[in-house]
Design a binder for this molecule. Structure first.
Ligand code: FMN
Length: 220
């Protein structure tokens, strides 16, 4: 896949086929992603690739915590408020995702179902958990963002769909304990990964993007 085509056609998927991802494909993705840039080449990333029975077990742990509304304790604090323009976008995003599922806004049960689908990894056969060293600063989180983008673009090049999920970082202690990851590793984000199920209702939802004129200022 040509680079620009990959960037412009990438999207989040929230419904996957159960088809496993070949081991060789996972290897090739991370071989490519190992070329990611980072502050002074520190390469502060570590990735847990979770599939099969392990994925089901971890999904159940996270699903149960979320279903019980257990107190969340993400390593990176969740945003509590947005500036007005972004608040509008996040509201539209939420409403349109619900509409794709046929859920109306005051349907609390439907909203809860959508929230919990996060913890089923949207049925993906594989979940990635991206960690960095807890002693690092915001710059390393920036590096992790670049790394994550490369992961999802490389996956896209292999016909895989993905969904970055901050929600998968809500219970980092449970994830670390399950994976045997030391407390010193900070959980940045989870990514559901698999071959997209185009027929899945949630995949009919497409996010609306700004026009470059709305965010590019040219000076000459
Ligand atoms: C940092 C970050 C956190 C996200 N967390 C979630 C999440 O918890 N659940 C989810 O379904 N999507 C999540 N997303 C996906 C965004 O909703 C999605 O990228 C956005 O709506 C734009 O759509 P697109 O990826 O299809 O272009 C997240 C994306 C990012 C970058």
């Amino acid at each position: 896949m040509e680079l620009l085509e990959g960037i412009t056609t990438r999207r989040s998927f929230r419904g996957f086929k159960s088809t496993p991802i070949p081991e060789e494909t996972v290897k090739k993705i991370f071989q490519a992603v190992s070329n990611s840039p980072s502050y002074t080449n520190t390469q502060p990333w570590e990735v847990a690739v979770v599939s099969g029975r392990k994925k089901d077990e971890l999904s159940k742990i996270l699903y149960d915590l979320a279903a019980q509304n257990a107190v969340t304790n993400p390593d990176i604090p969740m945003p509590q408020a947005w500036p007005p323009k972004m608040e509008k976008r996040t509201g539209e995003h939420g409403a349109r995702r619900l509409a794709a599922l046929g859920v109306v806004r005051d349907d609390a049960e439907g909203r809860e179902k959508l929230r919990l689908m996060n913890f089923e990894f949207y049925d993906a056969p594989c979940a990635l958990f991206l960690f960095t060293d807890g002693a690092l600063t915001t710059w390393s989180i920036f590096d992790m963002g670049l790394f994550a983008q490369n992961v999802i673009l490389a996956a896209h090049a292999f016909g895989l769909g993905s969904c970055l999920q901050a929600s998968l970082s809500n219970y980092p202690d449970a994830v670390r304990e399950f994976l045997g990851m030391p407390k010193a590793k900070k959980l940045i984000i989870g990514i559901s990964l698999g071959y997209p199920d185009i027929a899945a209702k949630l995949n009919t939802y497409r996010s609306v993007k700004l026009n470059p004129d709305d965010f590019v200022r040219e000076y000459a």
